[in-house]
Design a binder for this molecule. Structure first.
Ligand code: NOJ
Ligand code: CA
Length: 698
C-alpha cells in the first residue's frame, strides 16, 4: 500500500477565538469560534454561501460539569493530508483521501478538563469529532447527551426514516423539512420491533435537497465504542440536534480517556453524483488492521432463503410443536427447507452456474422458539437439525468447488451468541465455511438494549474482529448501519441495516423509489446485502390470494447488481425461476462484484441512478440504470470505455409495455457493437431498469 503523504503543520497561538479551514478545492469553508461564554460553535459555507449556520458543539456528562461552555483555546493547528489507499474490495481500486484539518485544543477554565475538536474539510464535505485526551481531570465518564447541532438555512426536501432505536428497516419519507412528523407516517416496519421515537426524531444518513438545488447529507463515520447518532428536528427553524441512542437505563455512552467520538459529517455538493460517489465516510475510518487479507473475496451466492420468505418452506423442522429433543426426531413438519437433499440441489446449481457460495438458513436447532418467544437460550449455533447432514454437505460442496455460507440468527439473544461465538466459529472452520450471515431479529435479550446503543455497536464490532481472527467474513442483518468500519476490518463484507428486498415478499414492500435513495443513504457507510435478482415478481404466483409483489420490473432487478455496490451478492430467487428465464439469468452469472473504477453518470435521490463500473483487473464494464415509479429515457455516452477498442454490449432492458405493477416480467435483450464514441439509449419502464455488460471484442 502506497501512501502519498504531504503534511504541512502550522502552529497558531493566541489568534483569538475564531479559526477557519477550507476544503482543498476552496469551495467549502468551515469556521470555528468560541462564544463569549466559552461555548464552541461551528458553521459551514459552500461557494461563499452559508449552508450550516452557527451551530453549538459540546458534550453533557452524567454527574459531572458539562463540556459545552467555559472553554478557552489552548492551541489550534491546521494541517493538510493527501493519501491514496487501496481497499481490499471496492467500488474503485484506489481511494484518494484529501483534506485539510483544524484541531482546536480546549481547556475548561473552571474544571481544567481538556477536550479537542478535530475538523476535516474534504472537497465533498466536512467532518468533526470530539477527542478526550488522557488526563487526571477526566478519567472514566458517562455521556448523558451530545449538544452537536446542524442548523440549516432553509426548508429542504428531506429523505428521512423515523428515529427508531431498534430498526432501520423502513420506507423513506420524502417531505419538506417542515413536514417531518413521525406521528403522520406508517411506523409498521413489518418486523414488529420498534422503539417509538420522538415526534420529530429521524435517522442518519439524512439526505436533503435544498430549494436552490444544493445536496446535503448528514451522517457519521467510525462509530466505535459509541452509540448511533439520530437527529431531533426543530421543524420550524430547520435545526437538527444530535440524539444519541441510550442504553437500557438511559445512559448514552461509557468512556474512558483517551477516547474519541465518531465523526459527524455534512456532505455538500451542487451535483448529486458527488454524494453517491463520495468515499469520505470510508476515509474517516482507520486503515485496515488486517495484514493478510488474501482470504477476503467477493461472493455471489444462492441460498435456501427466498423459499421461506414466500412461504414455500420453513426455517423450523417441526412446525409449531414445541419440539426440543431432536435426537428422538420429533415429527418433521414436511416443510423444512434446510434438508440435506435440498441443500445438494442448491450446491449443484451453484456449481453449474459459476456461483461462489450457498447460504442455508434454518439448518440449526432453535427455530421453533425464535423471534417473539423471549427465550435467552434459543440457538447454540452448533446443533444441526436431524435432516441436515453438515459433514456430508460440506464434503459435497468442497468436491463441487462451492463454499457454504453459515447462518447465525441470534433472535436478539446477544449475550447467548457471545457465549457460543467461539464454538460457532470453530464449527465453521471445521467445515470450511468462509462467511457467516448473522441476524438480530427482535428485541435485544436479556436487558432490552437497543440495536443502536453503545453496547450493541460494540457487539457488532466485536463479532467482526473476532471473526477476523478466524478468517471469517461477516454479513450482518438487523445490525446498526455501517459507518465505514469495513475499511478497518475488511472482513466486514456487507450488512443489511436497511429495508431489504425481502420486504417485497411479505409486506407492503419497498416503493419503486427505494433503491434510488439507498445509494445516497445506507450505502455511504458500506455495502448492503439487498438480495436482488427476483424474477417471479408477484407473490400470487405462489398463492393466488397473495397481493404482495416486488415493486420493480425484472430488468430493474438485474440493474440492482450494479447500482447496489456489494462484494457479496445474492441471486435471491428460487432456482426454478432462474431456469425459466435463462437469457436474463445470464446477466447475474456474468456480473462482477469488485471494481477498478465506478462512474456515476446520472443520479438524483428518489428518482434515478445510473452507474458504470470497470471490473477489477479486467477490461469488462457493467452498467446499471434504475428509475423510480416514473418511466425514464436517457442517452448515455459510453466514453468511459477504452479508446480504440470495440466492445460487445448486451443490453437487458424493460420491454416496451413493461411496468412494475402491471407487466413487470416483460424484458428484452439486444446486442450492440460500441466504442468509446458511441451513445446508448436507455428506456426505463415505470419502476424499471437497464443492465448492460460490455465485453471487448478480440
Ligand atoms: C431477517 C433477515 O433479514 C432475513 O434475511 C432472514 O432470513 C431472517 N431474518 C431470518 O433470520
Ligand atoms: Ca432484515
Amino acid at each position: 500500500m502506497k501512501y502519498l503523504f504531504s503534511l504541512i503543520l502550522l502552529f497558531l497561538f493566541n489568534l483569538g477565538n475564531a479559526q477557519s479551514v477550507q476544503s482543498p478545492s476552496g469551495k467549502i469553508d468551515l469556521n470555528f469560534k468560541l462564544a463569549a461564554n466559552g461555548q464552541p460553535f461551528y458553521s459551514v459555507n459552500y461557494k461563499n454561501k452559508a449552508v450550516v449556520l452557527e451551530s453549538a458543539l459540546g458534550i453533557k456528562l452524567k454527574d459531572k460539569p458539562a463540556l459545552d461552555a467555559n472553554f478557552e483555546i489552548l492551541t489550534s493547528k491546521t494541517s493538510s493530508f493527501n493519501e491514496s489507499w487501496k481497499p481490499v474490495l471496492g467500488e474503485q481500486a484506489s481511494i484518494k483521501n484529501h483534506y485539510n484539518e483544524l484541531t482546536v485544543s480546549l481547556n475548561n477554565k473552571e474544571t481544567k478538563v481538556k477536550m479537542n475538536i478535530i475538523f476535516r474539510v474534504f472537497d465533498e464535505g466536512v467532518a468533526f469529532r470530539y477527542d478526550f485526551p488522557k488526563q487526571a481531570e477526566l478519567n472514566y465518564f458517562i455521556i448523558s447527551d451530545e449538544v452537536t447541532q446542524f442548523n440549516l438555512t432553509e426548508n429542504n426536501k428531506v429523505f428521512w426514516l423515523p428515529g427508531d432505536f431498534d430498526s432501520n428497516e423502513y420506507e423513506y419519507n420524502e417531505t419538506n423539512f417542515s413536514e417531518i412528523d413521525n406521528t403522520k407516517i406508517n411506523m409498521n416496519n413489518g418486523i414488529g420491533v420498534k422503539s417509538i421515537p420522538g415526534k420529530f426524531m429521524v435517522q442518519t444518513p439524512l439526505m436533503m435537497k435544498a430549494p436552490s438545488g444544493l445536496y446535503l447529507n448528514i451522517f457519521e463515520a467510525a462509530v466505535v465504542n459509541y452509540p448511533v447518532m439520530h437527529l431531533n428536528a426543530d421543524v420550524t427553524n430547520y435545526k437538527l440536534k444530535a440524539e444519541l441512542v441510550p442504553n437500557a437505563i438511559g445512559d448514552k455512552a461509557y468512556l474512558q480517556t483517551p477516547s474519541v467520538s465518531p465523526w459527524r459529517t455534512v456532505m455538500i455538493s451542487d451535483d448529486a453524483r458527488d454524494i453517491v460517489a463520495s468515499k469520505m465516510i470510508l476515509n474517516l475510518n482507520e486503515p485496515s488492521k488486517l495484514e493478510d487479507t488474501s482470504w477476503i473475496k467477493p461472493m455471489k451466492y444462492v441460498g435456501i432463503w427466498w423459499e421461506m420468505h414466500v412461504g414455500k418452506s420453513t426455517w423450523d423442522y417441526a412446525g409449531s410443536q414445541n419440539a426440543t429433543n431432536f435426537a428422538d426426531a420429533p415429527k418433521a413438519s414436511g416443510k423444512h427447507g434446510a434438508t440435506t437433499e435440498n441443500t445438494k440441489r442448491y450446491i449443484d446449481f451453484a456449481a453449474k452456474n459459476g456461483f461462489d457460495g450457498v447460504l442455508v438458513e434454518g439448518w440449526n436447532v432453535g427455530w421453533e422458539d425464535w423471534n417473539g418467544n423471549w427465550k435467552e437460550e434459543v440457538f447454540d449455533f452448533t446443533t444441526p437439525y436431524p435432516d441436515f447432514d453438515i459433514a456430508v454437505l460440506s464434503a459435497y460442496a468442497k468436491e463441487k468447488n462451492v463454499k457454504m455460507i453459515m447462518h447465525h440468527e441470534t433472535s436478539g439473544s446477544v449475550s447467548n451468541y457471545e457465549r457460543h461465538l467461539d464454538r460457532a466459529f470453530d464449527l465453521m472452520k471445521k467445515y470450511e465455511y468462509p462467511a457467516v450471515k448473522s441476524g438480530y431479529v427482535g428485541k435485544i435479550i436479556p436487558r432490552g438494549e437497543f440495536h443502536d446503543g453503545q453496547s450493541m455497536v460494540n457487539h457488532f464490532n466485536f463479532v467482526v474482529k473476532r471473526a477476523a481472527d478466524y478468517k471469517i467474513m461477516i454479513n450482518s442483518h438487523e445490525s446498526s448501519r455501517p459507518t465505514g468500519f469495513g475499511r478497518t476490518y475488511p472482513n466486514y463484507i456487507a450488512a443489511e441495516a436497511a429495508r431489504g428486498n425481502e420486504f417485497n415478499a411479505w409486506s407492503v414492500g419497498n416503493p419503486p423509489a427505494h433503491e434510488t435513495i439507498l445509494p445516497f443513504t445506507r450505502q455511504l457507510g458500506g455495502p448492503m446485502d439487498y438480495t436482488p435478482g427476483i424474477f417471479e415478481i408477484k407473490m400470487s404466483y405462489y398463492d393466488k390470494n397473495k397481493t404482495e409483489q416486488v415493486h420493480t420490473t425484472l430488468a430493474k432487478q438485474l440493474a440492482l447488481y450494479v447500482t447496489m455496490y456489494s462484494p457479496l451478492q445474492m441471486a435471491a430467487d428460487l432456482l426454478e425461476n432462474y431456469e425459466k428465464y435463462p437469457d436474463a439469468f445470464q446477466f447475474i452469472k456474468d456480473v462482477e462484484m469488485d471494481w477498478d473504477e465506478s462512474k456515476y453518470l446520472e443520479a438524483e435521490p428518489g428518482d434515478y441512478v445510473t452507474v458504470a463500473r470497470k471490473t477489477k483487473g479486467k477490461e469488462t464494464w457493467f452498467l446499471g440504470a434504475i428509475t423510480d415509479e416514473n418511466a425514464r429515457t436517457s442517452e448515455i455516452k459510453v466514453d468511459f470505455l477504452t479508446k480504440g477498442k470495440k466492445y460487445k454490449a448486451i443490453i437487458y432492458e424493460d420491454a416496451k409495455d413493461a411496468d412494475w405493477k402491471n407487466n413487470p416480467i416483460a424484458y428484452k435483450i439486444r446486442t450492440m457493437t460500441v466504442t468509446s464514441k458511441s451513445k446508448v439509449k436507455l428506456n426505463l419502464a415505470p419502476g424499471g431498469g437497464t443492465a448492460i455488460s460490455f465485453e471487448p471484442i478480440k
